[in-house]
Design a protein. Structure first.
Length: 43
């Protein structure tokens, strides 16, 4: 694996960062929609 480690580790890092960004974006979007719902429903 030492021959490919220069390609594998950056790919893992990019994939992890992408997943973290997607999770963060989804949670932020859900919080935004929850806030809008609560404002409009009067809760």
């Amino acid at each position: 694996m030492p021959d490919y480690s220069a390609y594998i580790w950056p790919a893992f890092i990019i994939t992890g960062a992408t997943f973290a960004g997607l999770i963060w974006s989804s949670l932020a979007h859900a919080r935004r929609w929850k806030r809008r719902f609560e404002e409009r429903s009067g809760r």
